[in-house]
Design a protein around this ligand. Structure first.
Ligand code: PRP
Length: 183
C-alpha cells in the first residue's frame, strides 16, 4: 500500500500557535458567559481537546455525532443525528467546534437544529475551511486556516478512519488516491 501522507498543509507548530490565539480570543469573548463547547464527532475531538485546555474561562463540553446521506465526498445536505447532546442548551452560550468546513451543509444543518433549542448565543469555531468547496454561506466567528481543495488528513481528519492521530494536517498523495480508485 502506498503511504498516503503527502505535503504538509498545516504544520504542528502552526496548529499550536493558532489554537493558543483562538483560545485567547474565545476566553476574552466568553468572560462571564455560560459557555458550552459542542464538538462534532469524530474529527473535532483532537482540536476540541487542545482548544479547551487553552481557555481561561469555565466551559462545559458536549458532543454530537451526525452523518450525511450520500457519499462522503459529495454530501447531500441531508443530515441525520447519530448521537444527540446529553443536556439541554436553552439559555446557554453554545460554541460549535468543528475540525473542517467543506461544503458547509453539515454546519448549516447543525446551526438550524441547535438554534431551534433557544440557546442564549450560537457561534462556530472551525479549525480548517475549504472555501472552494463551499455550497452555503455561513457565518463562522472563529476560523483557523483556509486550505486548498485537496483531500486532507491528520489532526482529526481521516482517510478511511485512519491517520486522525497525525500531529499535523497533510494532503493525501495523488498516488494513494489513484491506488484506491484502481482497487
Ligand atoms: C467532516 C467534518 C464535518 C463535515 C464537513 O465530518 O468533521 O463535520 O465533514 O463537511 P461539509 O461541510 O461538507 O458538511 P465527517 O462526515 O467526515 O465525519 P468525521 O468527523 O467522523 O470524520
Amino acid at each position: 500500500m502506498i503511504d498516503p501522507i503527502g505535503d504538509t498543509l498545516v504544520a504542528r507548530d502552526e496548529l499550536r500557535a493558532k489554537i493558543t490565539e483562538l483560545g485567547a480570543r474565545i476566553s476574552a469573548d466568553y468572560q462571564g458567559k455560560d459557555l458550552v463547547l459542542v464538538g462534532v464527532l469524530k474529527g473535532a475531538v483532537f482540536f476540541l481537546a487542545d482548544l479547551a485546555r487553552t481557555l481561561t474561562v469555565p466551559c462545559a463540553i458536549d458532543f454530537m455525532a451526525v452523518t450525511s446521506y450520500g457519499s462522503s465526498t459529495d454530501s447531500s445536505g441531508v443530515v441525520r443525528i447519530l448521537k444527540d447532546l446529553d443536556h439541554p442548551i436553552e439559555g446557554r452560550d453554545i460554541l460549535i467546534v468543528e475540525d473542517i468546513i467543506d461544503s458547509g451543509l453539515t454546519l448549516s444543518y447543525l446551526l438550524k437544529n441547535l438554534r431551534s433549542r433557544k440557546p442564549a448565543s450560537l457561534e462556530v469555531c472551525a479549525l480548517l475551511t475549504k472555501p472552494e468547496r463551499r455550497r452555503i454561506n455561513l457565518d463562522c466567528r472563529y476560523i483557523g486556516f483556509e486550505i486548498p481543495n485537496v483531500f486532507a488528513i491528520g489532526y482529526g481528519l481521516d482517510w478511511d478512519e485512519r491517520y486522525r492521530t497525525l500531529d499535523h494536517v497533510a494532503s493525501v498523495r495523488e498516488e494513494a488516491i489513484a491506488e484506491l480508485t484502481r482497487a
